[in-house]
Write a protein that binds this ligand. Structure first.
Ligand code: NAD
Ligand code: 6OD
Length: 501
């Protein structure tokens, strides 16, 4: 998996010059676009320049994508399409080290995480959706009407046409390919817009796709910002049939408005304010380690991260200390060091937002059990976007830190007395993405999991994934589901064909 068989230098590594993230339209990398810098959140150094696509480049990408759907890509035998997608997975693996270096350079995430989660999933997404789309069956009915007519009714699945996929910065390749792979597998032409914070692995993906030889226009990559920029241009464009978006709930609301005049099909994976319930009968060592993992992985910058923890009162105090012990042990280090546990926030702006939430929690009366500020390193990382893993207690349920997504390495822990109270506290949120239950009582596990108003509930684990299962949220956490056939259902519409017999 780690062989770096091609010669391209890793993006933005210390010993290579900064690279330019170019747009990819109609099978060509373009030098056009307005440059903006990509800065490392580790120490503020320049990773590279990014070329933002303007409205005319969005038009060009939509025209190229349309031509691909109407031409070679649309007419290609599905088996050939699936072969190409598997070749993209192979191509990611052949350049595994380049992808890992690029993801670390943009985000500062640890080598271990990039190697074990982000990049393997980039390849796995292409394989999974090639297989699922290949296995997809239509419906078929022999129809006998009351007045004696007979017919054969069957369904075919048609791609939407040109789709835009817009992704965030926290799991850049994983979340972009989670959309690109099923969209292509379903026969759409895709215009991908990664976050402006994380252009590098998307650019490498375009290089892989180019080398694999998808027909020009089947996959296009546009860099740039959101409001009043590339993202909004895509969401208002009449040539785009659907938008799959992952990001903040507020952004989802803005995209809904942009897409409304042209009635685009939408799928939204939005923010979370996820709760974990820890019952006294659980394996408390496993639960504390699991809560720490679910709160601090990727610096708490994962949509399913647990920011609210409710613990059964008899074990509350010991449990708080147990989680804090895990938090204190986390090593904030250089991304490439193998013992680094946690990297920085994605940007100085996001660090300030997270520290602002810490300050608000303090003002609202939170007790800081550990963390609560920016670390001091005494080296160039002091110019980066770091915050300490933080455990707090003592806030009322209405405090801002328990209502709004922080998206940083923090969890608040509060006690509960009864199962009903625990469920009510978990559900007392405008969000409904994920939940976690820790218990060794099997009946309780089923009973409580079913009552949590969230798209995904993990019991005695967290972020254990099967790519065939539905993934998504309720309330402010979005609508529509990705994963398995649910993704394919979004990217293709069934059409019924009725043959009179
Ligand atoms: P964001 O909403 O700021 O940006 C996401 C993407 O949308 C970026 O590519 C951005 O350029 C684009 N964008 C922004 N405004 C736009 C507009 N008006 N029109 C079109 N595009 C626009 O989110 P972020 O800060 O990159 O990511 C963090 C957020 O994403 C958190 O809220 C997190 O919970 C959420 N998230 C959710 C999931 C999930 O599966 N539910 C997964 C990852 C992240
Ligand atoms: O693992 C996935 O498929 C997925 N969609 C993860 C989302 C993570 C959010 O930050």
């Amino acid at each position: 998996m780690t062989g770096n068989s091609q010669s391209t230098p890793p993006v933005g590594s210390k010993d290579t010059p900064p690279r330019i993230a170019r747009n990819y339209i109609d099978g060509r990398f373009l030098d056009a676009g307005t440059p903006f810098p990509n800065l490392s959140p580790v120490d503020g150094r320049l990773v590279g320049q990014v070329l933002a696509a303007d409205a005319s480049m969005v038009d060009a990408a939509v025209s190229a994508a349309r031509a691909a759907v109407d031409g070679d890509w649309g007419k290609m035998a599905p088996s050939e399409r699936f072969r190409l997608l598997r070749a993209v997975a192979d191509g990611i693996e052949q350049r595994f080290d380049d992808f890992v270096a690029a993801e670390m350079a943009d985000t500062g995430k640890s080598l271990v995480q990039a190697r074990t989660i982000d990049i393997p999933r980039g390849a796995a997404n292409f394989r999974a959706f090639a297989e699922l789309a290949q296995a997809r069956a239509g419906e078929c009915f022999h129809t006998h009407t009351a007045d004696g007519q007979r017919a054969l009714n069957y369904t075919v699945h048609r791609p939407l046409g040109v789709v835009a996929v817009i992704s965030p910065w926290n799991l850049p390749l994983l979340l972009l390919t989670w959309k690109v792979a099923p969209a292509l597998a379903s026969g759409n032409a895709v215009i991908a817009k990664p976050s402006e914070e994380t252009p590098s692995t998307a650019t490498l993906l375009a290089e892989v796709i180019d080398r694999v030889g998808l027909p020009p226009g089947a996959f296009n990559l546009l860099h740039g910002g959101g409001p009043g920029a590339t993202g909004e241009f895509l969401c208002t464009h009449p040539g785009i049939a659907g938008v799959s978006f992952t990001g903040e709930s507020r952004t989802g609301s803005a995209i809904m408005k942009s897409a409304a005049p042209t009635v685009k099909k939408l799928c939204f994976e939005l923010g979370g304010k996820n709760a974990a319930l820890v019952f006294a009968d659980s394996d408390l060592d496993a639960a504390a380690a699991g809560i720490a993992r679910s709160a601090f992985t990727n610096g708490g910058q994962v949509c399913m991260c647990t920011e609210r923890v409710y613990v059964e009162r008899p074990v509350f105090e010991a449990f708080v200390e147990h989680v804090a012990t895990h938090a204190r042990a986390l090593r904030l280090g250089w991304p490439a060091e193998s013992d680094t546990d946690m990297g920085p926030m994605i940007s100085a702006a996001h660090r300030d937002k997270v520290l602002g939430a810490y300050a608000q929690a303090r003002a609202d009366g939170a007790v800081f059990v550990c963390g609560g500020s920016a670390p001091h390193f005494g080296d160039s990382r002091d110019a980066g976007a770091w915050v300490e893993p933080t455990v707090i207690t003592g806030l009322p349920q209405q405090a801002q830190a328990l209502r709004e997504e922080i998206f940083g390495p923090i969890c608040h822990i509060a006690p509960f007395d009864t199962e009903d109270e625990a469920v009510a506290l978990a559900n007392d949120s405008d969000f409904g993405l994920a939940g976690v239950v820790w218990t060794s009582n099997l009946s309780r596990a089923h009973r409580v999991a079913e009552r949590i108003q969230a798209g995904m509930v993990w019991v005695n684990c967290w972020y254990l994934r099967d790519l065939r299962t539905p993934f998504g949220g309720v309330k402010l956490s979005g609508f529509g589901r990705e994963g398995g056939m649910h993704s394919l259902d979004f990217y293709a519409e069934p059409s019924t064909i009725c043959i009179k017999l």
